[in-house]
Design a protein around this ligand. Structure first.
Ligand SMILES: Nc1ncnc2c1ncn2[C@@H]1O[C@H](COP(=O)(O)OP(=O)(O)O)[C@@H](O)[C@H]1O
Ligand SMILES: [Mg+2]
Length: 303
């Protein structure tokens, strides 16, 4: 079992057509035909969207993505058009709304990994590979890889689990040219971001990008960086001064939520039961982690 513990009702705004409810974002189309992306305070864990929001989380993710898009704009075009609030939108949309180019999304989670952990570690332990790529002996949880690798995954629906796939499988699905462009762009953006984060005391262990094609331009469709980028929801950020391979690393994300859900909450992940609401201290600690990541990376106080 998985999905929304409580299915959200999207806000209706005159002039905007609601297109889609994602795990975290609501998507609309405006009268100009552009995409209006509104990041909510929802949080997902273990394939569930939890019933308890984390105050300001959607704003932190939106502002951090905008900061990264700016850091990366000489490397790759992005989907951002503006952050203007649509007429008639609720005041609470300020800071969490991005007007974007509507792209033909490539249905691949473009993951880059510079360090071994999570599903990569699980595969490595069995076969010494990650997404079919051979890796050296002797790596453990948190080890830095000899070089960053592109480890794509299929994009799952809400409540489904992403699955790692080989590069060859991606090439079969989207074509060899697009697969090559995805890999090249993913590794280039990861490497730039890894270096920027490292200067600020943060290890960018891995991250997931989504790309789309802009077909509105003359000639060949252009590959554009879309969605959210390099946030605690799409990335693993580790404090560099506590990095110690051979154990799970502390991280700037929903670790408190995960620890609480699998620990003292009494919830059984493998049961059919939806997870419970979060207690205030877990909400507050999680909010503080998201804000800490924002402040460390951007070098700017949150408010
Ligand atoms: N520029 C874009 N054009 C079209 N779709 C986009 C664009 N940027 C992001 N998306 C899509 O918007 C949705 C973002 O909502 P989110 O809550 O993150 O969804 P998900 O549950 O799929 O992670 C995703 O489905 C993503 O693929
Ligand atoms: Mg998403």
């Amino acid at each position: 079992m998985s999905g929304f513990v409580e299915k959200p009702e999207p806000v209706q705004v005159p002039g905007l057509v609601h297109l889609h409810t994602g795990k975290v974002r609501e998507l609309y189309r405006n009268e100009a035909g552009d995409l209006v992306m509104v990041a909510s305070d929802r949080l997902s864990a273990y394939d569930w969207v939890l019933p308890t929001p984390i105050p300001d989380k959607g704003k932190v993710l939106t502002q951090l993505s905008l900061w990264w898009f700016d850091q990366l704009k000489d490397l790759i075009p992005n989907h951002v058009i503006s952050t203007e609030l649509p007429a008639g939108a609720p005041a609470d949309w300020a800071g969490r709304t991005t007007i974007c180019k509507r792209l033909d999304m490539v249905p691949v989670e473009a993951v880059a990994r510079g360090y071994l952990t999570g599903s990569g570690l699980a595969e490595y332990d069995v076969s010494r590979t990650v997404c079919g790529l051979a890796l050296p002996e002797g790596l453990s949880d948190g080890s830095e890889l000899p070089a960053p690798i592109f480890t794509p995954a299929t994009k799952a629906e809400v409540g489904e689990h992403d699955e790692n796939v080989s590069y060859e499988e991606v090439a079969r699905q989207v074509g060899a040219d697009t697969a090559a462009q995805l890999r090249q762009s993913t590794l280039a953006v990861y490497s730039r971001a890894r270096d920027i984060a490292r200067e600020r005391g943060i290890i960018l262990a891995d991250t997931k990008f989504e790309f789309g094609f802009d077909t509105s331009v003359e000639g060949e469709p252009v590959l554009v960086l879309a969605d959210e980028v390099l946030t605690p929801d799409s990335s693993r950020f580790w404090p560099a001064d506590q990095w110690q391979p051979g154990r799970a690393q502390p991280s700037y994300d929903k670790q408190f939520v995960r620890d609480w859900l699998t620990g003292s909450s009494g919830w059984d992940r493998t049961s059919e039961e939806p997870p419970p609401g979060l207690p205030d201290d877990v909400v507050e600690a999680t909010r503080a982690k998201y804000i800490e990541a924002y402040e460390l990376l951007t070098g700017t106080p949150w408010s």
